[in-house]
Design a protein around this ligand. Sequence first.
Ligand code: KE4
Length: 421
Amino acid sequence: MNRNEQLFAAAQQHIPGGVNSPVRAFGSVGGTPRFFKKGAGAYVWDADDKKYIDYVGSWGPLILGHAHPAVIEAVTRTAQNGMSFGAPTEGEIEIADLLCQMLPSLEQVRLVSSGTEATMSAIRLARGFTGRDKLVKFEGCYHGHADSLLVKAGSGLLTFGNPSSAGVPAAVAADTIVLPYNDVAALEELFASQGEQIAALIVEPIAGNMNLIQPSKEFVAAMRKLTQDHGAVLIYDEVMTGFRVGLQCTQGLHGITPDLTCLGKVVGGGLPLAAFGGRADIMAKLAPLGPVYQAGTLSGNPLAVAAGLVTLQEISQPGFFDALSTKTKLLADGFNAIGQGICAQAVGGMFGIYCSDIIPHSYNDVMNSDRTRFNAFFHAMLDQGIYLAPSAFEAGFVSAAHSTADIENTLIAAKTVLKQI
Ligand code: KE4
């Protein structure tokens, strides 16, 4: 047994499936998950000292790359003065002001510790604000693991073929209405019949949890118009796309002002920090001001705030996203040039690779991709020292630390393996 195999066996002794988040378990691609012991820039090293070019980046947060010196310095310096107070700190004001300055739709923002907390809280807030119960989500979208969202969800649920989780009471699931992503007619029909009962529509404005799927312009416009017309809250779940696809997130690309936005991943720079925010009149319903309760022991944690502040400042530097987008597009274009049953697309610093002849536009398109070929491709690339997301239903991420040479070496590896599998 190599070290990864030894550790995986040991991990399963007291950790269910040997992992603390299911998608890490290599369940759909098979084989032994890699236990990483070091990350630096674009690279990670596993327990057997094998080096990889990393295109997962902790599932999106590490837009600067692993162990960025400025992030490490800020976290280390902050830790010298204490880890957590359970009381307000100045840093929380600084990052709240910065987020509201960077994202015009944010009039107020509340910090939490995970994307799940952000979406769960935003939905409760929308229900409290409207006095309604119904929630609209889309098949294949994943918004974290709060009960009302584990209905036909993406990410690990889709990866393991059980899009609706056990343990969610039927009464809870009954208030969640699931529609096909990019289906304008279905959206119009629903709002025509139930619009006045709908508290909120939550969407991944660019989907990344059924692999990367882009919305049509019509779909984007319909979501905003229909929620506006019927008094429902439009929640943009930008936990993955926030400050990943561009400096003003997907809402900036779409020219849409959502009522609430959920953020995570990049905003914490690799530490547990997420956020939800938006219209002041809605946020005013939150405790301690209003009747909607939401809380967290480590919310606004000083170390996570320090990591997030440095990350947001670094990505705000002139040219950051031009350089990141150029490298990510170089990767996608390179995969498309290779062909061999693979195609790809890029948006800002995220990309999708599909074992398909077409770029998917819907959940069904993704489900028709060749998962067997993807799994073979994943392992062949792993052997070549390229770490892709261990699922055909996940997006990939490039960091500022990836060099053009890294991208070119990745494409050389892909060209080699695609001839062999
Ligand atoms: P967390 O609770 O995992 O911080 O965030 C949940 C979440 C919410 N919304 C979107 C759009 C998300 O992508 C996520 C989490 N993404 C997955 C990867 N696709 C996290 C990885 C994992 O589950 O281990």
